[in-house]
Design a protein around this ligand. Structure first.
Ligand code: GLN
Length: 282
């Protein structure tokens, strides 16, 4: 199912930005067609497509992530950040001919570090209006939804049941924002999703609100102790992941979107989905 969705997304992106499919030509058109690049990034500035963003002039793409979000990012057995997002941004870096250096940071510091400590962030990050006040987003690359993780045998089953409950979340995430809107909820914020899940297992919180794929990873890791329930059952809406970039850098946005679309068009993107995500799908 997920593959089907990503294929559709890739096709849709190609249709909406024909010039960028299979070519790096006219990155500005790509960025503005996607509606993600901001006004300051006037199309004319991006020139003939050969232009390289100042952020990449040193030949390095400095990327921030928070490697606590499997399967999108985690620390592998060699102690290195790994996962779907890490592989995707490395493939983008390869297309752009730059070295990719990944910095493992707290999720809540990523957005404010863009343009100073890091060039871009890839971290299963949902496009939100609030974040768009500070950063621009690439074209979306993955559809997500929040899940509700429950201890085995919990009676929580619908939006109503979440009222007044003690809810664990990862600090500064969309799950956190949703939980804070729930009437009477006592929200406990953790730096790592897994710490929230451990407190759920220890009975310190009633449920955890976390993105679908990490929730499924934790469900299989703590098999029998917890269940991960689709947030659609709790009226949570769809979310889209995208790469967060400095505000107004249309050249960089164009370069990244063009590379992303090439990877979607040539099948590399789907291979990464299979390799990192589909093995642990329901
Ligand atoms: N998708 C969620 C967000 O953007 C969580 C991301 C994460 O924890 N890495 O807030």
């Amino acid at each position: 199912m997920k593959k089907f969705i990503t294929v559709i997304m890739a096709a849709a992106l190609c249709v909406s930005a024909l010039t960028a499919c299979g070519s790096k030509a006219d990155p500005a058109a790509t960025a503005s067609d996607a509606g993600q690049a901001e006004e300051g990034a006037a199309a004319g500035e991006a020139g003939d497509g050969a232009e390289v963003s100042e952020a990449l002039a040193d030949g390095v793409l400095n990327v921030g992530t928070n490697a606590e979000f499997p399967p999108f990012e985690y620390v592998n057995d060699s102690g290195e950040p790994d996962g779907f997002d890490v592989a995707l941004i490395k493939a983008i870096g390869e297309k752009l001919g730059v070295e990719v250096v990944v910095d493992n940071m707290e999720f809540a510091s990523l957005v404010s570090s863009i343009g100073s400590k890091i060039d871009v962030a890839i971290a299963g990050m949902t496009i939100t209006e609030d974040r768009q006040k500070t950063v621009d987003f690439s074209n979306p690359y993955y559809e997500a939804v929040q899940y509700v993780i429950l201890p085995a045998g919990s009676e929580i089953a619908a939006a109503e049941d979440l009222k007044g409950k003690s809810i664990g979340v990862q600090l500064g995430t969309t799950g956190d924002f949703i939980a804070e809107e729930i009437e009477g909820a006592a929200v406990s914020q953790y730096n790592k999703g897994v710490d929230a899940v451990n407190d759920l297992i220890n009975g310190r919180v009633d449920c955890v609100i976390l993105d679908k794929n990490p929730a499924l990873v934790f469900e299989s890791k703590f098999s029998g102790k917890i269940t991960a329930v689709d947030g659609a059952q709790f009226d949570f809406g769809k979310e889209e992941y995208a790469i967060a970039m400095p505000k107004g850098d249309a050249v960089l946005a164009g370069q990244i979107n063009a590379a992303l679309q090439e990877l979607m068009a040539d099948g590399s993107f789907d291979k990464l989905v299979e390799q990192y995500i589909e093995q642990i799908e329901e």
